[in-house]
Design a protein around this ligand. Structure first.
Ligand SMILES: [Zn+2]
Length: 167
């Protein structure tokens, strides 16, 4: 059986995610600084890690301040094709399908810590968007997200000022 390289990255990501519940966040952050692996970096921004230390209101505020609002504005113009190739390696054959308008979505899911910014946006037709939802197995792990380093630095600051005192 052929296992796609992205699936292996997804597995690595889940393994790191599990580590965050047993290992100190800052210790893992130091490990990321040395290795700079996408899988570890993305595991370290998981909202789940921070949610447990915050009230619902504080968590919502925290999420908005680092990931921005939940949804992309559909008014951003200039996109006329479904970008299915980036995720599944084939061009969308559904262009002329009725009721299949293009929608902007998070490349790395918002629920997993992905920000609502242009660099983390992918336009897909409604059908492909429904297929993707929060599936990180199709995420392009081979590309280093341009926003990840800054996001991690902010999380580190947050961890040091808010959470370390809490522990
Ligand atoms: Zn499509």
């Amino acid at each position: 059986m052929v296992i796609h390289a992205r699936h292996q990255s997804a597995m690595k990501y889940f393994e790191y995610l599990m580590l965050t519940s047993t290992k100190d966040w800052l210790e893992l952050y130091t490990e990321w600084e040395e290795k700079k692996t996408v899988e570890l970096g993305l595991a370290l921004i998981s909202p789940r890690i921070f949610k447990q230390y915050l009230s619902i209101d504080d968590f919502t505020q925290f999420q908005h301040s680092t990931q921005h609002v939940r949804n992309f504005s559909t008014r951003s113009a200039g996109h006329s094709v479904c970008n299915s190739f980036k995720l599944w390696n084939y061009y969308c054959p559904l262009a002329r399908m009725d009721d299949n308008a293009l929608v902007p979505d998070h490349l790395f899911p918002y629920a997993e810590g992905g920000p609502t910014i242009a660099e983390n946006c992918i336009w897909l037709c409604r059908t492909h968007n429904t297929m993707k939802i929060n599936d990180i197995h199709v995420y392009p792990w081979e590309e280093y997200p341009p926003w990840l380093d800054n996001m991690l630095k902010n999380r580190k600051k947050f961890y040091e000022t808010r959470i370390r005192n809490f522990l």
